[in-house]
Design a protein around this ligand. Structure first.
Ligand code: SF4
Length: 293
């Protein structure tokens, strides 16, 4: 069932520019929807209680719903009321997440599965669907069936809980995209600097780091000191690409030891980068000279 954005008003009519959640809330208000807005609540037992109370009373939509099942907790952007009966009464709730990106990522699906399980615990029955609202004109709602994703979610959740239970000695804070917004980013960056981790080499790829570790090269310094030609042929990627990252590591190490940033000019490569610009420039110059000569 798709019920969120039936005949949605344009974001412009609701007051542009609106981000996903603002747009959705404004769209629901424009439809006369009764909204319980918990955005101002701190993440606390009181917020969980207000969410549960709002669900028990049958609020049509709950914004920034604080959810927990005892072990896990999170904020769902919006809970929307659905007509399927549950222990709450003749209604139930489904989770809605609003995203700024067009593509819905795996992490979003896992997050929504987690919210759906917590909603299920509160209302005594798993929600049938969850929803992602992505930008568009108007914003676009995508509905997903919980049953199709929850088994994978439980597998991932079980593995994560197992890793937390058994300790994390085998994990390492290698950089990933999420680091940019992660609260641990300074601590993890510090650890990588302390370890002289290969990820400090500018432009190095994950597959190259993995390969180097397999050859007992696990620090920037070790890579910088690797003999050239390289003593091994990479399983993936070319020897030239690996030599380039080795050269990059060498320059960075030199910068460290001299205390001054270092750079080296690479010879121009035919058909690439500045070489193309140079050829175009010479061509343009010769045509200009001919025209005016
Ligand atoms: S900063 Fe966060 S995402 Fe990045 S490695 Fe550390 S814990 Fe993981």
């Amino acid at each position: 069932m798709r019920f969120l954005l039936i005949n949605p008003p344009s974001p412009v009519h609701l007051g542009s520019p609106l981000l996903g959640q603002q747009y959705l809330v404004a769209a629901l208000r424009a439809r006369g929807c009764e909204i319980l807005d918990l955005s101002a609540e701190k993440f606390s037992e009181a917020a969980f209680e207000k969410t549960r109370a709002g669900m028990a009373l049958g609020a049509e939509a709950i914004v920034q719903a604080a959810l927990t099942d005892g072990a896990w907790a999170g904020y769902a952007d919006i809970l929307i009321r659905s007509p399927a009966p549950t222990a709450l009464g003749g209604w139930s709730y489904e989770a809605v997440d609003t995203k700024l990106a067009q593509e819905t990522r795996g992490g979003t699906m896992l997050q929504l599965c987690a919210y759906s399980e917590m909603i299920g615990t509160i209302q005594g029955r798993a929600p049938e669907q969850f929803h992602v609202v992505t930008p568009g004109e108007p914003f676009v709602e995508q509905a997903y069936r919980v049953d199709e994703y929850v088994a994978y979610y439980r597998l991932v959740r079980g593995r994560l809980e197992g890793a937390v239970r058994e300790g994390t000695e085998t994990t390492y804070p290698a950089p990933v995209e999420h680091c940019n917004i992660c609260r641990w980013q300074y601590a993890c960056a510090q650890r990588r600097r302390r370890d002289d981790h290969l990820s400090l080499v500018a432009g190095i790829r994950r597959s190259q780091r993995d390969e180097l570790v397999r050859h007992d090269v696990s620090t920037l310094t070790a890579l910088a000191e690797l003999p050239v030609p390289l003593p091994f042929k990479p399983d993936r990627g070319s020897r030239e690409a690996m030599t380039r990252v080795r050269e990059q590591a060498r320059i960075q190490l030199l910068g460290r030891t001299t205390g001054a940033p270092q750079h080296e000019m690479l010879p121009p490569e035919a058909g690439l980068g500045l070489h193309v610009l140079l050829v175009d420039l010479l061509d343009w110059k010769s045509r200009t000279v001919k025209r005016h000569g």
